[in-house]
Design a protein around this ligand. Structure first.
Ligand code: NAD
Length: 356
């Protein structure tokens, strides 16, 4: 099969980590008989320097013509003094909006080899953690009506949490579809004991759940979910959340894995199209020094294979190659324990490609 991928390497460590992910994808393609075709495009600070704007139309065109986007990271001190709308990070919002990406997927996987970096007690995480936060990305309180009004107690500011049935249905469908490809369990997070918007969220989710009889569904108030995440994270498979609850819970969940250099993510819209990127930023402090951990970006490429291309075996191969090299002692500086040998970005990418 032939798959078209737009690569936005971006700034800082972006080019270093995306080139390792491309290398691993090429190796996977050779091994499994696929043709991954890469087209490179500018966004972020490098696009400002080369094209005069952070998200040139030709970049959007390349993304629209592709099956998926692999993004490194954007931004850096060079562009920090630009006014808000002109900053490199604006490219991310533009990409999400133009490509209709309303679902954010953040897996939190604890690799056995890195269990020592987990802040939870060993008995809580024994056997590993593997959960996925499916967060609504373009609605809710971050995009609702807002303003300030006079009250007896002085000026009051407000932000409205609003969700339509359609918005909830489509993100719920993403979560249930995801659960079907994973552990067949969805926990829908809300605050339905207090909020009308959460009651609608729960009612719509219950309707979608009926269409997925194989999936075990439960409902949890957000305060309890935050507590359960540190008490017993192994109970979760897919967590379905609104924009704000997901913002908070996905950061909490990611902490169990140790380093930011290990965390992949995906943003999906209608159909199978998606944008895949590491959770970390452009890390200007280590850029260009062969120090960056490429695993988050390589694991993002594995997510692309699994969720956009439906290539389960290939995605499994990439993920187990990462596990294998960790087991063999390969560590970049961010995840190296005391006294361990430190591997560079390039060498780590080579080892993972060879382990496919
Ligand atoms: P950051 O994630 O870039 O870096 C935070 C810390 O983690 C740094 O010490 C860095 O060296 C380390 N780190 C990050 N990724 C790593 C990796 N792969 N391997 C090893 N260490 C790694 O966050 P920041 O410093 O707050 O932001 C730097 C720039 O990145 C800013 O301009 C910010 O706006 C931008 N940013 C971009 C994105 C994105 O493109 N999606 C996300 C977050 C931040």
């Amino acid at each position: 099969m032939n798959y078209r991928i737009a690569v936005i390497a971006g700034d800082g460590i972006g080019p270093e980590v995306t080139s390792q992910a491309v290398k691993v994808m090429k190796r996977t393609g050779e091994k499994f008989g696929h043709d991954f075709e890469f087209t490179y495009a500018y966004a972020g600070g490098c696009a400002i320097d080369k094209k005069g704007e952070c998200l040139p139309e030709e970049t959007l065109e390349i993304c629209r013509r592709s099956d998926a986007v692999l993004l490194g990271a954007v931004g850096g001190p060079k562009w920090d003094d630009l006014p808000g709308p002109k900053r490199p990070e604006k490219a991310l919002l533009g990409l999400r909006k133009d490509l209709g990406l309303y679902a954010n997927l953040r897996p939190a996987v604890m690799f056995e080899e890195l269990a020592g970096d987990c802040p939870l007690k060993p008995e809580i995480v024994k056997g590993g953690i593997d959960l996925m936060v499916v967060r609504e990305l373009t609605g809710g309180i971050y995009f609702g009506e807002r303003g300030t009004k006079e009250t007896e107690m002085g000026p009051a500011a407000y932000d409205v949490e609003q969700y339509s049935e359609g918005e909830v249905r489509r993100i719920a469908e993403t979560a249930f579809g995801m659960a079907m490809k994973r552990g067949k369990k969805v926990t829908s997070v809300d605050k339905a004991n207090v909020l009308d918007s959460s009651r609608l969220w729960r009612r719509v989710t219950e309707g979608v759940a009926k269409e997925y009889p194989e999936v075990e569904t439960n409902y949890m108030y957000v305060d309890n979910a935050a507590m359960q995440m540190v008490r017993d994270p192994k109970q979760f498979d897919v967590l379905l959340t609104s924009n704000m609850f997901g913002d908070i819970l996905s950061d909490e969940a990611s902490q169990v894995t140790g380093s930011i250099g290990m965390l992949p993510s995906a943003s999906l819209g209608e159909g199978s199209f998606g944008m895949y990127e590491p959770v970390h930023g452009s890390a200007p402090d280590i850029a260009g020094r062969d120090l960056a951990n490429p695993m988050a970006t390589i694991l993002s490429a594995a997510m692309m294979m699994r969720y956009t291309f439906g290539l389960k075996e290939e995605a499994d191969a990439v993920e187990s190659a990462v596990e294998k090299v960790l087991a063999a002692g390969c560590r970049t500086a961010d995840i190296a324990g005391e006294g361990m040998k430190i591997y560079g970005t390039e060498e780590t990418g080579n080892m993972i490609a060879e382990a496919i």
